[in-house]
Design a protein around this ligand. Sequence first.
Ligand code: PLP
Length: 381
Amino acid sequence: MTATVEHAVPFFAPDLFEADRDVLLELLYEVGTCPDQKFILGGRTACFEEALRAETRAADAVACSSGTSALTLILAAMGIGPGDEVVVPAFGCAPLASTVLASGARPVFADIDPVRLTMDPAGAEALVTERTRALMPAHMFSVMADMPRLRDVADRAGLRLVEDSALAQGGALEGRPAGLWGDAGVHSFVQVKVFGMPGEGGVVLTDDTELGERVRMLRNHGQDGRNRFLHHHVGHNSRFDEVMAAFQLHRMAGLPARVARRTEICSYYSERLGDLADAGITAPGVGGDGRFPYVYTLLCEDRDGLRAHLEAEGITTHVYYPRILPDQPAFAPHASPDGHWPQAREAARLNISLPLYPHLTDAQVERVADNVRAFARRRTG
Ligand SMILES: Cc1ncc(COP(=O)(O)O)c(C=O)c1O
């Protein structure tokens, strides 16, 4: 029997910013009627950048138009282009490959670690050639990539390290926040992210102030912010919106509580679902260093069965990246014909994510876990 709508647990929250809707409208009015008529890259964006910089203790934070654009700006600021190679994970989101290709360089796909589901440092190192300029690992779902080892590989090979920490706001490894292990890192503020907002946006974080300055110019057509119509570099339009900056400044105070609630839900899922290996279900471990509560992902041998079981109970799940990057029509022509990505393929075949957002009730979270357990019992008889 299908669960009634009152019991439904959607994967994407239908009321993401409900508590702040009035504030959003007030801020829209305030920015819209402000005499300076500054809608992009104004004082609110500068304050938001400073708040992000202070939160992470980065040397610089440059707000821009999306997480994808943040990666693009970093690659451009590093001077990566035609003839260069960037090692990226084979399992992950399209921007890992598309931003490299857009720069004129070639993405080289590395397999992933089967537990973290992030780029395998040894596999990445084996792909380094004289053309390699950078490694670009991504944190995945709720687990940071092995940044100490990737940093070591990059340092020994003289490569730049671009940290795709688009998902990982609130994460830290060995005390260092996600985004600051690389020469530069990014966060995305697209709505479903940990610090999502009702619009597009991202930020570049870096301790390299020269790189930060270059990114700042590149986001606004290569101008330096002082001399209008003087273009030092071939830049982009990747400017940040003032209404969104004001809204994020307002929402920042509540971020730790939302991260804490997400973390609590992740821990609960892991406590309830950590012993289902006999049923072919693997859950991430409880808490630990290098974790962040973005998406809660199981690996399940009978993924379609689990999805159908939960759907019948009104619980919607999500499958990320069912096709690995080197198999995508857009990227396959650029992938090595000799490439082997067995762990990436397994992750693409098995991953299934459960609902995770701060305003899920305890009862909803319990019901999700109960139903995963019920499915597992059915499989083990
Ligand atoms: C790991 C990762 N990197 C980069 C991005 C791109 O961020 P945006 O959607 O803000 O462009 C995403 C988007 O979801 C992502 O998941």
